[in-house]
Design a protein around this ligand. Structure first.
Ligand SMILES: [Fe+2]
Length: 264
């Protein structure tokens, strides 16, 4: 194969290729029927699925980042509940800052506020779930039925974006499980790259079904809250859960020690 070298113009073009998160989101959301989407979200008990949300250049950037971070994945195995890998916000901040920019996009947050009817805030700096990549790379990788429980004083919303899906994994869910006035309503979606799921973490019972042989799936989740305060005892539970089930003790507690001024 011929070797290719970039001249200055091409190099500048390559730099410019990283999309502007706000523009990319606005270009998509301004074309949606947002009144209908808001109604769908409410009717489904604070849940929405869209198979085509992100602009193609944003999806491409996320795919490149997800592949580039494969060496940073922290694997976890909780028998009977969870098997898979993740990359926390702290690693994303160092190595894939575009994802952090997308997370903080005012256009994105404003659109999610329209859907939810809530004023949304980004999660505190020491929350590793604020934005994280979840990797399913081995046969059997999955996460069992659960809620994205809020340990905060307010609500916790999850935005799940499809990044890579070369898998048979499905997001299985049940709507209205916490609403006695409506029957439970099961559903199942396979989220293609660029698709989204947005929900109130305490309302949607959900799981990711186990992955087959020689498959791969990566999703990106953003967490937004309505009140970033957390009672100290809930903080302890939340940190332990993150250390054991997701990101590892080093990731979680190194950040805490930094925050508290300890040298680690
Ligand atoms: Fe979840």
């Amino acid at each position: 194969m011929d070797s290719v070298t970039l001249d200055d113009t091409q190099a500048k073009g390559a730099q410019r290729a990283i999309p502007d998160a706000d523009h990319a989101v606005a270009n998509r959301t301004h074309g949606f029927d947002n009144a209908r989407l808001r109604k769908d979200f409410a009717d489904q008990g604070a849940f929405l699925y869209l198979d085509d949300f992100l602009a193609p250049e944003v999806t491409a950037q996320l795919v490149a980042s997800a592949r580039g971070l494969l060496g940073e994945v922290n694997r976890n195995y909780l028998p009977g509940h969870k098997q898979g890998g993740s990359v926390s916000r702290h690693t994303i901040d160092r190595l894939a800052p575009f994802i952090a920019e997308l997370y903080r996009s005012e256009e994105l947050i404003g659109w999610l506020e329209q859907l939810s009817g809530d004023k949304l805030m980004v999660s505190p700096a020491d929350d590793p779930h604020a934005y994280a990549l979840y990797y399913y790379t081995r046969s059997g990788d999955h996460i069992g039925w659960h809620y994205d429980t809020s340990y905060y004083d307010g609500r916790r919303y999850t935005l799940l974006l499809g990044v890579i899906d070369e898998s048979t994994c499905r997001l299985d869910y049940e709507l209205h499980t916490r609403d006695d006035s409506k029957p439970d309503e099961p559903g199942s979606v396979q989220i293609p790259p660029g698709g989204l799921v947005f929900f109130d973490g305490d309302k949607l019972r959900h799981r990711i079904s186990p992955m087959g042989e020689n498959e791969m799936r990566v999703s990106l989740t953003f967490e937004y809250v309505t009140d970033p305060n957390m009672r100290p005892w809930k903080r302890v539970i939340s940190n332990m859960k993150d250390a054991i089930a997701y990101f590892g003790f080093r990731q979680v507690f190194r950040q805490l020690m930094k925050k508290n001024g300890d040298a680690a």
